[in-house]
Design a protein around this ligand. Structure first.
Ligand code: IPE
Ligand code: IPE
Ligand code: MG
Length: 239
């Protein structure tokens, strides 16, 4: 049995501990994390994955020291400047999810312009979650629903996700969290309802192609049941 894998979401965790283990400042860990993210994009593309969604900055990460937050933004800006040509050439379509209105205006403009440049592409959908929190996303969706004046009867499980930031993508098939923690940390709360979840102890900067392949091969052994019995999924007649 092999599962089709279209959408991989990743919680890229462990940059700080990676740096600490080397006696380096946390930001060095984030730099190494950015390099790992670039490799992950490449690897996803090569494997024909349709959607890759990376958690880069959560709505709770503002709680970190100011210099770390500012360092992350500088890194992100540098990443965009350096990677844009490569992204455009390799056919990647860049998107963001999260509340960008809280970002420095120059940076959010640059992100929007970069995304625009990749709009005509037809390859991997690369989505970066920035100032993203699943609860915040649902709250913003509900606000938009109310503004649109929808009647209560008009809201169902098909309509609500059209108002989420992720309306253009399918739900993730596989979620990978690196860095050893077993939690979701407010990521894609609605969308992960039936996602297979893979926890890896590898710290994000060390996560490479072979680690991705290990996650994908684990995923291919899962039986996705969506509430049904194993026999139903296997197509065996019910007794
Ligand atoms: C994940 O690595 C990157 C971000 C949250 C921006 P961390 O910075 O959380 O690394 P650890 O968990 O402290 O090791
Ligand atoms: C989750 O990692 C957010 C990102 C990877 C961007 P955190 O390091 O912020 O998660 P917690 O705080 O340990 O749950
Ligand atoms: Mg962390």
């Amino acid at each position: 049995m092999t599962n089709k894998i279209d959408h991989v979401a990743i919680i890229m965790d462990g940059n700080g501990r990676w740096a600490k283990g080397r006696g380096m400042p946390r930001l060095k860990g984030h730099e190494a994390g950015a390099r790992a993210a670039r490799k992950a994009v490449e690897a996803a593309r090569e494997r024909g994955i349709g959607y890759l969604t990376l958690y880069a900055f959560s709505s709770e990460n503002w709680r970190r020291p100011k210099d770390e937050v500012e360092g992350l933004f500088t890194l992100l800006e540098g990443f965009i400047d350096r990677e844009i040509d490569r992204l455009v050439e390799s056919g990647v379509r860049l998107h963001t999810i999260g509340d960008l209105s809280k970002f420095p205006p120059g940076l959010s403009r640059k992100i929007a312009l970069t995304a625009q440049k990749t709009e005509g592409n037809s390859g991997l959908h690369l989505t970066v979650a920035l100032n993203y929190g699943g609860r915040n996303e649902i709250v913003r969706a509900v606000r938009r629903i109310m503004k649109d004046g929808l009647l209560p009867e008009a809201i169902d499980e098909d309509v609500l996700p059209r108002y989420l930031d992720t309306s253009f993508m399918p739900d993730p098939d596989l979620l990978i969290r690196t860095g050893g923690e077993r939690r979701i940390s407010n990521y894609l709360l609605w969308q992960l309802a039936y996602t297979e979840i893979y926890f890896s102890d590898i710290l994000w900067p060390d996560f490479d192609e072979s680690a991705l392949d290990a996650a994908i091969s684990w995923f291919s052994t899962r039986q996705r049941r969506f509430g049904m019995t194993p026999e139903q999924v296997e197509g065996d007649p019910l007794p």
